[in-house]
Design a protein around this ligand. Structure first.
Ligand code: CP3
Length: 349
């Protein structure tokens, strides 16, 4: 199942369920964690967050980032930690500043419109070097976790970062970013390559600082037609996977059920699934080549405990015990903590 024998032999010796499962090794129970677990669902996070004037100041304080990373391990008993940061630190390091607007989300005051804008961006190591605060946060987290659970590093996938750089925020249609692929395909590839070079340098830095597994978030994958996903997203995901052979990698391409077969051919170990995909469909499309992660509808966690238990067990059975348990997208900020606990405990009981 696994392409890299180095990853497999390291996993075999690992005491961690999460790393063994990610390498396709059988585990006594599936590991569980939640995308966006380091965040507003926890009162401890909200208390820590209130000490900072804004999100960016928080993200750039390594000690605070380490604390937010470890909070869900202490509070929820999850089997992995994910470094507290954001996918938008990459465009910022390339020279495109963003603001995080309270209760609304990110906004880029300036967006990429033409060749001159793309040429002006930093890329590769010259950009990644500015992300030393993330490396520092990983090092502190690693030390403070003391090998209790593995540490996940992450980045946005090139297409998703491209979309933010063109749109300047989230969007209902992503028509500006999608238009660019038709109108300026060459410029689009130049920008995607710059993002990819930066992401590779950045993820290398994360591994050197202690990340045990890397996840790529392609949050806007489902906005593209299949042919464009194949032309403008998959080749860059491939470059990233190939450049980082020594750690397991997870690709979470939200909405990209149509690209599962292509993603299953990439040199990654794990595929994250959103809640629109049945486990049966995913197993068939990926042909048993990858470990699957996901995919409970995050809204299940608003239900009563019995329903959460029933739905979680249904999902566990459908994946047949060999998978990494997660939601189909990040946990929503107003999710009741008790619901999250029932989810985690159902997997662990
Ligand atoms: O998973 C984790 O717990 C680690 C931390 C993490 C954050 N963002 C912290 C955060 C991770 C992995 C991300 C990834 C991220 N950021 C994605 C990909 C995953 C996905 O949800 O599809 C995207 C698209 C972003 C961009 C982003 N950052 C948005 C759209 C927003 C605002 C809306 C929202 O979800 O909160 C953010 C802000 C953000 N990133 C917060 C946190 C904890 C909330 C800010 C706050 O505390 O005020």
């Amino acid at each position: 199942m696994i392409e890299s024998s180095g990853i497999l032999s390291a996993a075999n010796e690992s005491k961690h369920l999460f790393l063994r499962a990610a390498a396709g090794v059988a585990t006594e129970r599936p590991p569980v964690w939640l995308m966006r677990q380091a965040g507003r669902i926890l009162p401890q996070y909200r208390a820590l967050r209130s000490r900072f004037p804004d999100f960016k100041a928080f993200v750039k304080t390594p000690e605070a980032s380490a604390e937010a990373t470890i909070q869900p391990v202490d509070e929820l008993g999850v089997d992995a930690a994910i470094i507290f940061s954001d996918i938008l630190v990459v465009p910022e390091a390339m020279g495109l500043d963003y603001e995080m607007i309270e209760a609304k989300g990110p906004r880029f005051p300036k967006v990429i419109e033409n060749q001159g804008d793309v040429s002006a961006l930093l890329s590769g190591e010259a950009a990644a070097i500015q992300l030393s605060y993330v490396y520092e946060a990983l090092k502190i987290t690693k030390r403070e976790l003391a090998d209790r659970v593995p540490l996940i590093g992450f980045a946005g996938a090139p297409w998703t970062i491209f979309a933010y750089m063109i749109e300047g925020s989230g969007s209902k249609t992503f028509s500006k970013a999608r238009r660019m692929l038709y109108v300026e395909p060459h410029l689009s590839h130049t920008l995607l390559q710059k993002i990819t070079d930066t992401t590779i340098a950045y993820l290398r830095g994360q591994v050197q600082a202690g990340a045990d597994l890397l996840q790529l978030f392609d949050s806007w994958a489902g906005e593209l037609p299949p042919a464009h996903y194949r032309a403008f997203a998959v080749p860059y995901l491939r470059q990233i996977c190939e450049a980082l052979p020594d750690v397991p990698k997870t690709i979470f391409a939200k909405g990209a059920w149509f690209a599962l077969e292509d993603i299953a051919d990439l040199p990654c170990q794990v595929i994250g699934l959103d809640w629109n995909i049945t486990p049966e469909f995913a197993k068939q499309a990926t042909g048993g080549k990858k470990v699957l992660q996901g995919n409970l509808d995050p809204c299940t966690l608003y239900a009563d405990a019995a329903t959460i238990k029933k739905e979680t067990k249904k999902m566990l059975n459908a994946f047949g015990g060999h998978h990494i348990v997660n939601l189909g997208h990040g946990v929503y900020p107003d999710t009741p903590l008790d619901g999250v606990r029932v989810f985690v405990e159902t997997v662990k009981e």
